[in-house]
Design a protein. Sequence first.
Length: 158
Amino acid sequence: AGKYLYEKSVGTIVAILFPLVIFVFCFPGFVVRLVAGDHYAEAIPMVHIVILTCLFSPFDRFFGVIMDSIGRAKLNFILLSSFISLTLVLNYFLIGRLGLMGCIYGTLIADGIVFIIRQFLLYKILKVNPLSPFIYAWRFYPEFIRNYIKPLLRKLPG
């Protein structure tokens, strides 16, 4: 049950996030100006990298939920503490070399490393296929249209 719950939940959230991430990645200037105004135009290159970290969020959150629910809260705590420590160390060294972009790259690198570790642990503990959430994400769209959009359209007058 944990395997299916993780794969389906992560896939659904990835499906919802993905179009938003693509939009922000393709139009960072528009988004920055809309949210913060012209005074923050220097943040536009940073948005390209920061938005990619959003794709790790569902994997991170649901890893914690699943580990807690199967009695592996200690493992979740250790991995979360390791992620924070790795992020701090990478940011410390990269900020000195790259400025603010160093913080962004440090966080992205830490996210990537911990993502790989989490996927390995999920496979080892629950036999979660790392590609399954992406398959569920792809299947989300027709399922959402069939179950929610079409019934809504049928209720419209005319």
